[in-house]
Design a protein around this ligand. Structure first.
Ligand SMILES: [Zn+2]
Length: 152
């Protein structure tokens, strides 16, 4: 009574056409901040994006010192692949309030210190990505519980 593979478990029509990505987006997988990503995409009129959704979002692009970082290599390779395959028009880097990858809000003395650290990390990540992928504009955002802030 097995018909595995004979018909779809779930019927769904996926578009077969290739696309140009309006952005390659590096976003934390914390699902609390998925809603703000969807609203951001709508506001920016994104049709297609390449979403790189990983714990910590852009944190992985910030290497400690000069030590090689497997996470950073992985993320930059994902971004470069998005640019190569889907000609991503821009690169969006995100960090957010109360991120588990940073130990949450409790890891910071206060809200301002948390935001400041994230702004500094976004700057470092942006500079790194701009060096690696100079042809594509890079934008950075800090997601808070009351909205999305341009970080620089
Ligand atoms: Zn997070």
């Amino acid at each position: 009574m097995s018909d595995t593979g004979k018909k779809p478990f779930l019927k769904f029509r996926t578009k077969e056409d290739h696309y140009t990505a309006d952005a390659c987006v590096v976003w934390c997988y914390d699902d609390r901040f998925y809603g703000v990503l969807k609203k951001f995409g709508k506001k920016q009129r994104f049709g297609n994006i390449d979403l790189v959704k990983v714990a910590g979002g852009a944190k992985g692009l910030v290497a400690e010192g000069d030590a090689p970082s497997a996470e950073r290599e992985f993320l930059i390779a994902q971004i470069k692949t998005s640019v190569r395959l889907h000609h991503a028009k821009r690169i969006v880097l995100m960090l957010h309030r109360d991120c588990g990858a940073y130990g949450g809000t409790k890891a910071f003395p206060d809200a301002a210190a948390e935001k400041e650290r994230h702004a500094a990390h976004l700057k470092t990540a942006k500079e790194y990505v701009m060096r690696e992928v100079p042809a594509v504009p890079v934008e950075t955002y800090f997601a808070d519980f009351d909205g999305l802030y341009i970080a620089g």
